[in-house]
Design a protein around this ligand. Sequence first.
Ligand code: CP
Length: 328
Amino acid sequence: IRHLLSGADLDAATATQILDTAAEMATVAGREVKKLPALRGRTVVNLFYEDSTRTRISFEAAAKRLSADVINFSAKGSSVAKGESLKDTALTLQAMGADAVVVRHPASGAPHRLANWVDGSVVNAGDGTHEHPTQALLDAYTMRSRLGRVAGLHVAIVGDVLHSRVARSNVLLLSTLGAKVTLVGPPTLIPVDWAARAGAAAPSLSLGGPGEGGAAAAFAPGTDVSYDLDAVLPNVDVVMMLRVQRERMNDSYFPSAREYARRYGLDGPRLRRLPEHAIVMHPGPMNRGMEITPEAADSPRSTIVEQVANGVSVRMAVLYLLLGGINR
Ligand code: CP
């Protein structure tokens, strides 16, 4: 592959190659010399039009550990504020010799447009409500390292699925790798077409009607939808909580925070409904006290901090395979 734009770009063999390479990269972090010369002379541009902590810093750390030159571009404080377009910004960066552009953008599909304009590789670091493929890869890596495999796992993805690029990329990648996914949330926050494809009849709850909006994505056959978190928890290996993205919501269909936490928040009693071996994931940033309580987020079952560490190894693997490995 030349670009990584979507979870759908990855077949099982390529995804497994990335996870295996990430495991090799993880050993670098434990060494005295933490740098590899693999991307010496290459330039990686981090092009961020939307806020980020984990993704931006981990791509920067990943590129530096591979000895690439890194240019960090934030739309805030740049000529974007003067009205410069994404295309002109991209061509400017191209002229400075970018071999790879890692892009986060509020518009779904922006990385796909960018891929038509630049010669280098484009990596989607999160586009609107559409996709976040490297998050799905680091999540799969974390499942594999904690539970030994991805194939055959039952993963519940819980909460604001409608606005979640993490959910869309995970549904695609997890199904490619042979896991079963159940999407859980209030009817307002499950994409209406996905609920229909899964054959889930929305219950008449106080939480409102079906979820309209968000970005379309390929529906992975076999994906289930449930509105009952308590019924799903005893049957899963992984529960992945999603951030409630209030900034993307219209108040008219936003459930009250108290009602949301009562029905869909992961708290102590719900944690105890999980099987003994099950793990708790969250991509971050978290709304503590809303979709997850501190008791759940900080429990020994939680992999939230590990996910961040694994993100560096997985992003090293992605940059290495796009720029230095299989393609060049
Ligand atoms: N998980 C994630 O994408 O976090 P950031 O928004 O901090 O990058």
